[in-house]
Design a protein around this ligand. Sequence first.
Ligand code: GDP
Length: 424
Amino acid sequence: MVRAIVGANWGDEGKGKITDMLAKESDIIVRFQGGSNAGHTIINNYGKFALHLLPSGVFYDHTTSIIGNGVALNIPYLIKEINSIVERGVPKPHILVSDRAQILMPYHVLFDTYEEARLAGKSFGSTKSGIAPFYSDKYAKIGIQVSELFDDDVIKEKVERICETKNVLLEHLYHKPLLDPEELLETCHQYRDMIAPYVCDVSSYLHDAIQEGKTILLEGQLGSLKDTDHGIYPMVTSSSTLAAYGAIGAGIPPYEIKDIITVVKAYSSAVGAGAFVSEIFGDQADELRRRGGDGGEFGATTGRPRRMGWFDAVATRYGCRIQGATEVAFTVLDVLGYLDEIPVCVGYEIDGEVTKNFPATVKLEKAKPVLTTLPGWKCDIRGIKKYEDLPENCRNYIEFVEKEIGVPITMVSNGPGRDDIILR
Ligand code: GDP
């Protein structure tokens, strides 16, 4: 049985916590896209962790954690992350890395940084983790696959070819130091030795696991609106954030994904540039940011303050639809307990017309939010375990959202901890 956990919004919906929670009843957890560019915050018996590359299921000793072929694999980062959790008392996780995963190289980080600097005010707000240059190279067929590290001739030739094209850009576009093929080859040899213990034919491994009836979780990073195709292009990430891509990025048949748990945040937050219709500013935003998440809404990778907004029903309904959501986990609801009234965006006004459909970016840029207001519940709902025990206005808020998005909300998260969850 394969389940996917993905985000309906701009990321940071709390997928890490839901994955960690569901990992308890799972055998295998797979990361299928993205890289170390986003963070997942997990609070459990071992403490508080910000993971970037490891799947959020690494804290159990009965699980296998997999880096699928769709991931941007930063090898030193992965090793560092494994060591950092082991140092804090977590049992050494069982990790497998796809032999078809491609490697995020140090020059990808450099190119990301140089390009953001070149674009200056028009930059994409990249986390400078090298993700865009990595995926560009993958599709330009000058990426390095894990399997290639283990063939000396292949890797040597590849490195030379890479340096040829990269060095033209470094010299003439960025005016930066050139890459040295010998040094790069040495890096590849080091990476080979570091990753060797983990390499696996993941697709075949998962095929067998499915046959044996194992429970598999696919863990997505970011959310629908950051998807390269269906998000707010070009202010998107460079890999698909959708559950459908889980099949490709893990190497399994699409029809095996039976359940798509889509994580929806009770208010909005976004990092980086791009249209954000229900965005709020000033004191209102500061207060929500300060109270948001667990200790404030600041980027887990960069520490940047996140942009804040009210719940956006238009974007979230679309976000759920494009994921193919079968159920929704509704998160960080506890944060809204301070508000007398809670604004919710229920439509977009574009060129004088109101729509409930989420448009492509050019139109989205012109959209103004149509807001409605729901009464707040004015109390702390953390610690509540049963749906019926939630205040009436809180239940009304949940049921209002459920009706707007058209997908059953089966889980309500009312705090950052593993147990802060209400199952409906
Ligand atoms: P991810 O990228 O989707 O995994 O999201 P993050 O890990 O960045 O989660 C957002 C933040 O919200 C983290 O600091 C979590 O600890 C926190 N969090 C998750 N669920 C809840 C919740 O229900 N209530 C509160 N207050 N914080 C939560």
